[in-house]
Design a protein around this ligand. Structure first.
Ligand code: SIN
Ligand code: MN
Length: 263
């Protein structure tokens, strides 16, 4: 999958690009099964909300075959290599749950703010590409973004270790208001299998999910290999240290999994 010149310029101008239905319903179904399996694991990489439901499974591409393949999927790696202009490695991989009734808030933040301050990633030559596992609607805690906020570089933030189980460098309400006066605020919604690309400088957040519908999304955070992190204070399963370029698999690498192989 190649992005067109128009899509590339939209990403550059707005800081994000939404591709509804980039993965088929059967592919999204495989991801859904995989997410259920991963969230049922008792592992240090699976972080939980105060209620005990899963919040995030870090590094699932290292211990679940479906996610191992998704982490090398050409429909994800190809567009990101186009945008970042060269080979990429996986800086972070998360399956985020946002469980029905119990999924908690993600405060306003920029991912590069955390990667730069905590991991010493030199430049914002890194980005996110997310795959909706479930349908994401206005009701179930969609990702909120401030279009064009990526043009402001790293904005001031404070380290929030209190609000949720995941510490984040988060922005003040004043700063978010100021940015939204220029860019507005959007919540891309669409069916499971949709893909959302966004800049590592994009200001984003998500509200709690009190709906009866779960909202699983998987995030690949990819970084140009030349721009790898310099500091290793966070666990390797939060901020990876394998800087080898990702070699993409074939386009049918997920559905192949569902086909029984001859012995
Ligand atoms: C994130 O910002 O990294 C995750 C937000 C979400 O999944 O809602
Ligand atoms: Mn984020």
């Amino acid at each position: 999958m190649n992005l067109s010149a128009q899509q590339l310029s939209q990403f550059e101008s707005e800081g994000y690009l939404f591709l509804p239905g980039a993965f088929t319903p059967p592919e999204a179904g495989l991801l859904h099964t995989g997410a259920d399996e991963v969230f049922a694991m008792q592992r240090e990489e699976v972080w939980r909300e105060s209620s005990g439901v899963a919040r995030t499974a870090f590094a699932a591409h290292e211990y679940h075959e479906t996610f191992r393949r998704l982490g090398r999927h050409p429909r994800l790696i190809g567009p990101v290599m186009q945008i970042l202009g060269g080979p990429v490695y996986m800086h972070q991989f998360k399956v985020n749950a946002k469980a029905a009734f119990n999924g908690e808030v993600w405060q306003w933040h920029q991912d590069f703010g955390t990667w730069h301050r905590d991991d010493e990633m030199p430049e914002p030559r890194a980005m996110n590409i997310a795959v909706f596992i479930d349908d994401v609607t206005a009701a179930n805690g969609p990702l909120l973004m401030i279009p064009r906020s990526h043009r402001h570089g790293v904005v001031s933030a404070t380290h929030d270790k209190q609000t949720t189980s995941y510490p984040l460098w988060s922005l003040s309400e004043e700063k978010v208001t100021e940015l939204a006066e220029q860019g507005g605020c959007v919540a891309p919604t669409g069916p499971g299998g949709s893909v959302l690309l966004f800049s590592s400088l994009m200001v984003h957040a998500s509200p709690p999910n009190i709906s009866p519908l779960s909202r699983n999304i998987v995030y690949l955070s990819l970084c140009h290999v030349d721009n790898h992190i310099r500091r290793f204070q966070r666990p390797a399963w939060v901020a990876h240290r394998d800087f080898a370029p990702i070699q993409a698999l074939g386009d049918d690498c997920l559905t192949e999994l569902a086909v029984p192989h001859a012995a």
